[in-house]
Write a protein that binds this ligand. Sequence first.
Ligand code: CP
Length: 359
Amino acid sequence: MTALNNVSWDEFQKLSLADKARYLMSEGIPVHALIAQQFERDDLDKLGDLTTRIRQISKTREGSLFLSGMLSHKRAMLYFTQPSTRTFLSFCAACQILGIKTGEVRDTATSSEFKGESQEDSVRTFSSYFDMIVMRSQIGGLAERMAWVLSNGDRPVPIINAGSGKDQHPTQALLDIYTLQRSFENTGGIDGKTIVFVGDLARGRTVRSLAWLLTKYENVRLCFVAPEPLQIGPDVTDQLDAVGTQWEKTSEFAESIPDADAIYMTRVQDEWDVEKGESAKIDTSAYCFTPAHLLELGENAVIMHPFPRRNEISTEVDRDPRAVYWRQMRNGMWVRAALIAEIFGCKERIDSYSEEPPG
Ligand code: CP
């Protein structure tokens, strides 16, 4: 098996994302969940099925009790040193669904990193107390580095990347794919669909991870809509070209709406501004979804947003059945529960759960 303890950090960090992916899966099960590139179409289908199964089982008290006994012997560390509402709380809820107990650090000012402890030592400490680490950091690639450190230590617990720098947000992309799978289950699935990404595409890690996962579907067309300073970069489009996924760039939002099967709105990510106030100088007023746009949108199309939102989607749009972003957010809890269940090898037990009382 290709494992992280068989490669030096220097070698690993120089690998392409596709090559890194080979170190992160073992027989279709994530050893760590770090980058979108480690998931193949088959993995996405399996994860979607398991997510639906967990959702169904949890509808009854008996089912919820069954699920909450699944991993009640495990503990998870939620190490979120960058702000989060949804990702943090949905991982917390996902752990509760499976009976996992959680601990948390949400600010290095309250941990010994404040006293100068390195992130490596912090994470090794967490691995002494916990069986899994879910981490969000503003440092790109930190989750990869920590996964390598743990895999080469005596407590190789799994790491899940809950958002790293501007580069990756793989679990958001997984829940986005699940939302698309469900949204298109009666219209032929994701294959052949046109997905329109709108907003700050230059700095959006959710777009970066989701664009890659969409390459796993046949004849998908991606359209990137943004003002020029916020447009998607060659780091993404070169990858799309390499695998032959169709894409285009435009600054004309209104014109992209009629052809869209899904519109993925994003906010301006001004927390990444190099100079204070730099984003505010960019006119993004034309990149907001308003009730008037609903008239141009196809009847089977959907509107998504990873959230948090500011003004990119008018709240009046929320009532339209094509606005699926609240469902998308809730899907995050179920998909993350399914991912954790897969990592800990619970899939077969969940698949074989019977709702029928024993006869
Ligand atoms: N989508 C997302 O990552 O939201 P949070 O920043 O609230 O976790």
